[in-house]
Design a protein around this ligand. Sequence first.
Ligand code: PLP
Length: 404
Amino acid sequence: MPFDVEKARADFPILSREINNKPLVYLDSGASAQKPEAVIEAMSHAMRHSYANVHRGLYRMANEVTDAYEAGRETVASFIGGETNEIVFTKSATEAVNLVANSWGDRLQAGDEILTTEMEHHANIVPWYMLAKRRGAVLRYVPMLDDGSLDMVAFDAMLSPKVKIVAVTHMSNVLGTINPVTEIATKAHAVGAKVVIDGAQGVVHLKVDVKAIDADFYVFSAHKLYGPTGLGVLYAKSELLHDMPPWQGGGEMIGRVTKEEITWNEPPHRFEAGTPAILEVIGLKAAIDWLNQFDRAEVEAHEHALYQRAYDRLTQINSLRVHGTAPGKGSILTFSLGQAHAHDVAQILDRYNVAVRAGTHCAEPLMTRLGVTSTVRASIALYNTQAEIDTLAEAVEKAQSFFA
Ligand code: PLP
């Protein structure tokens, strides 16, 4: 049975919002996705009926909340094919990358190399830049081809035993490119490097199996996966986590504290200093349980059909240039409209209630590679419809005539 978009949409209260008596067309899910009722209800239910701090309580409600929090860890683990003790909760995907860079990364020596790519979000560049500066390591960027695919020939040539970390996005937040992460992991492992995969977009659109990829580290944010803000996930292989020092100190992450000496808790708790994002974990669990009702392949087919419709319509516009046409790419459509500034285009689209993102998308090296200062991005989620894509196309046509 094909994916029933109207049924899925009905779960999102915000999608029935109208502005100036016209429906909202939300095409900015790549920045943050809307939340289904199941998530809103799970978080609200916890606050209304069963709330306390986790891990420390000796009373019923504290134990209930601890169980709910740890159940969230189990759900996340099985969603991406990892083990429960391999899931660390952070505040965002960004913080998860910083955790790896500051903990595992601290073993880097002067002259070691870190490979990232030209198409990364700043979250998968800046922590590595800071680590390289701190340790005297060298940060290198794997280039991409003109269609937005990663240049795998260049990648092969850049690999050497000096490379200790390969940090690559699963799916580009600008181009929609889906990188061959399994092949990248195999090749990186062959030279002794660890692989950090930025799954902030990938986990939303692809069925992820961290063991099949053989990822050492895989990070993502709850808020792009129909869950709440303020929560990120770090998956790391158990043996790596055991071998990593903590990077933030405080309650929960310790074994014993005396005035003279402190020992560390076991992972994953070693990496969760202080009170964690309890309600957000409950919300993420609800989001994943909600998402699990769908056949992910059908969702992917639905999103792809919408992308293709948008691509076919928008490329009819002469002055419009699409950035990123790699084979098998995901449902993100980024474009420039003649010489018009992306912010101006986005503001015109807003008059038609079409919400898109405009700017550098936290990917300045990529903007430089594309030879632009900013672009417009429409990012498609499972709740988007053909009618919304048509509204987008009509609004872009209007914008085009405005700038002509
Ligand atoms: N990586 C990619 C590919 C992203 O798209 C984003 C967010 O836009 C991030 C990392 C950072 O996510 P967060 O801001 O939730 O930490």
